[in-house]
Design a protein around this ligand. Structure first.
Ligand SMILES: [Zn+2]
Ligand SMILES: [Zn+2]
Length: 344
């Protein structure tokens, strides 16, 4: 069990007037995110699997603390037994015995974000094929206020709705996707952002968009915009916030209660002409480019199939979810053919 005392978890953040007036340093924050996501990518699969286990353990422990015993039990059972399809050198597919579907569960979040990618990527490619647009990743942020997470989310969503009605916005964006990211800063204020993959009709000066955002929010001018070079990577980057809505290490019992109260809060959606395009989308031969993600292509694999990476036959290893990080480690570090059935 973690060395987390109830005092550290349950202490209310110390709001003070000066803190609510001081704005975070925006470029540093955004730079941090970029650095952080690069660090994320550098971590090995075994490290990430271990972090998922730690996160789930922490979540289950928090759930017990607030009397949500059933939720804790579900989280504990999620991916507790798994079937791993492997050739010995590669892991082609991990099939869990049970999934909890809890919004904050990192295993279920990964699956959910993969589903979103598989669903929307062909539509995004199709939309780009039919329209003269450039995809950009836009981050809209808002100033910190003393408010609940729910209020913070509502405030930024309302601002975004207003922004979409503005002539400037309609002139420059032909729709796209949005996803919510919410975290807390060290003072306990909610950082709520909207990440947008926007299909830009034509180039504009970012200062103009900043002015538009300030006009609809009244006090927020921090936005960030970058061109998306590869749409698959761009989409993956924004859906990761759907699978991992916040930093669970800073997550306390109050946060869990708040999240449980946000039952029907949407985290991802489409807007504008892209939204209409998705409704009528029928993939044609041109549009239905494969997602290319090995794990999504692995959905139909069964024991005896050829490993997608090396063509060797796949066999089925049953193990406890706790053993997965170690198995990844073994696979990552072993020379060809060294890992064999039952050797874990
Ligand atoms: Zn789960
Ligand atoms: Zn293989």
């Amino acid at each position: 069990m973690k060395q987390l005392t109830l005092a550290t978890v349950l202490t209310k953040p110390n709001y003070s007037a000066t803190q609510s007036e001081s704005k975070p340093s925006p470029p540093a924050y955004l730079d941090n995110r970029v650095t952080k996501s690069q660090t994320d990518n550098r971590r090995t699969r075994s490290q990430r699997a271990r972090e998922r286990l730690d996160t789930k353990e922490h979540l289950a422990w928090l759930a017990v603390g607030i009397g949500e015993v059933e939720l804790a039990d579900k989280i504990n059972r999620c991916h507790s037994r798994i079937s791993v399809l492997t050739c010995g050198r590669h892991i082609a597919r991990v099939i869990p015995n049970f999934t909890c579907e809890f919004r904050l569960c990192p295993d279920c979040g990964r699956r959910r974000s993969r589903k979103i990618q598989n669903k929307y990527l062909p539509m995004m490619r199709g939309f780009m094929l039919h329209n003269k647009v450039t995809p950009v990743h836009l981050v809209l942020t808002q100033t910190h206020r003393e408010e609940s997470r729910k209020q913070s989310i509502k405030r930024i969503k309302d601002s975004f709705t207003k922004l979409q009605r503005r002539v400037f916005w309609l002139d420059h964006f032909k729709g796209g996707t949005w996803s919510l990211e919410f975290t807390k800063d060290k003072n306990g204020f909610h950082h709520t952002h909207i990440h947008i993959i926007g299909f830009r009709r034509k180039f504009f000066d970012i200062e103009l968009l900043r002015g538009e955002w300030l006009a609809v929010t009244g006090d927020s001018h921090v936005i960030h915009l970058k061109k998306v070079e590869d749409i698959a990577t761009g989409l993956r980057e924004v859906v990761k916030y759907v699978s991992k809505p916040l930093d669970i290490r800073r997550f306390g019992a109050d946060d869990l209660k708040e999240i449980l109260g946000l039952k029907n809060m949407r985290m991802f959606g489409t807007f504008g002409e892209f939204r209409d395009f998705c409704k009528g989308f029928e993939p044609s031969d041109n549009d239905a480019a494969p997602v290319g993600d090995l794990e999504s292509l692995a959905r139909d694999l069964v024991e005896g199939c050829a490993c997608p990476q090396c063509d060797q036959p796949l066999f089925d290893l049953r193990m406890s979810g706790r053993e997965l990080p170690q198995f990844y480690e073994q696979v990552e570090s072993s020379p060809p053919g060294e890992v064999r059935k039952g050797s874990h």
